[in-house]
Design a protein around this ligand. Sequence first.
Ligand SMILES: Nc1ncnc2c1ncn2[C@@H]1O[C@H](COP(=O)(O)OP(=O)(O)O)[C@@H](O)[C@H]1O
Ligand SMILES: [Mg+2]
Length: 405
Amino acid sequence: MNVIFLAPNYPSEMQHYTRGLAEVGARVLGVGEAPLESLPESLKGHMASYLQVPRLLDEDDVIARVEQWTRGHTIARVEGLWEPVVILAARLRERLGVAGMSLHTVRGFRDKQLMKERVAAAGLRVPHSAKCGTEAQVRAAAEACGFPLIVKPIDGAGSADTYRVDSAEELDRVINAVRHIRVVSVEEFVDGEEFTYDAICVDGKPVYENVAQYLPRPLIARSNEWISPVIITIRDLKQAPIAEGIAFGRKVVRALNMGTGFVHMEWYRTASGEVVFGEIGCRPGGAHLVDQMNFTSDVDLFREWARAVCHRRIMTSTPRAYNVAIIFKRAQGQGRISRIDGLEAFGSRYGKYVVADTLSAVGTPRRNWKNTLLSDGFLILRHPEFAEAKRIAEAAATQITLYAE
Ligand SMILES: Nc1ncnc2c1ncn2[C@@H]1O[C@H](COP(=O)(O)OP(=O)(O)O)[C@@H](O)[C@H]1O
Ligand SMILES: [Mg+2]
């Protein structure tokens, strides 16, 4: 079975999906920008063939090249799990006559306004919003919406260029700050807790599901450098508030006519208990969320995704044994990591719960915390009780400090 996989090396977890495809028997035809020689041996070993293209995001050019490259071969699937290539994957499927989600369907996962319209049309609660291409439209939408409100790019990621606006003065400032963005969404600010709904679907039916909680909400985590953002997968999906989010997620998946593959949705739960739609992608969550899911159930979802894509099923029964927390650390100061305080004490108390530690070693240059949630490294820990997992994660967040100079 020939499977075209776009961007097999970037972001780095794509190498795991490439491996997964090879492990379930696919002949992986990789398409990426990096020269073949520069790719890790392990990745090369999982691909049957590789096409280097000058610019992966130049869709017309890539389509022409792939069409020529695959002429005379039968292609069974075209997949791409990196958000910027999901439209390209759909266009390639249409051009090559390969089964899978259409361009029309995938647009519903990429354009946040269209997404909300389709979800709302199914009778589901979405934030009131307006798509705005001019300053006048932003002002009119803000007038109609009232404060507080959110201004964000229509196709953003990682909370970049996203602003909460509480007053007319702030609106003026934010209008200036988003001038470089062509189209923004102005929307009602939804107050509440923030969760994910993640699923692997086969022909639209979720065959694996997960929920994780963001602590604090991503926009707050992204706006305050001193915070160590935490994300915790929730072991017990049957408890009432979580089950409601899952039921909501299933309806969203149906409303958007999801096919086969991963979805990563975000949803809010307000103080009154209402579930409100956030956003959804037809790809897995980033920032090691799939690693967290794997630690939650001791499974390999990189491979199970591949099995769903190639064989329309997954193998694993996935008992949820743990709540898995990831804690992202940001150093104080600039330059290189100079010392880490509190790590030894934390390790002696809670080391047995830690399953991954990538904290930047002394001497490592700081990463830009605005560009990557990974910041100056992270810890992953797990515990069967949610309250304990959260307490230990909070200890890692507050008692371990990296310094840079
Ligand atoms: N309507 C809203 N109400 C409250 N918070 C919001 C709203 N829209 C976005 N946010 C905040 O901004 C973050 C980023 O927005 P989101 O729509 O998830 O875009 P992305 O994650 O693609 O940047 C959300 O996780 C949430 O914390
Ligand atoms: Mg988001």
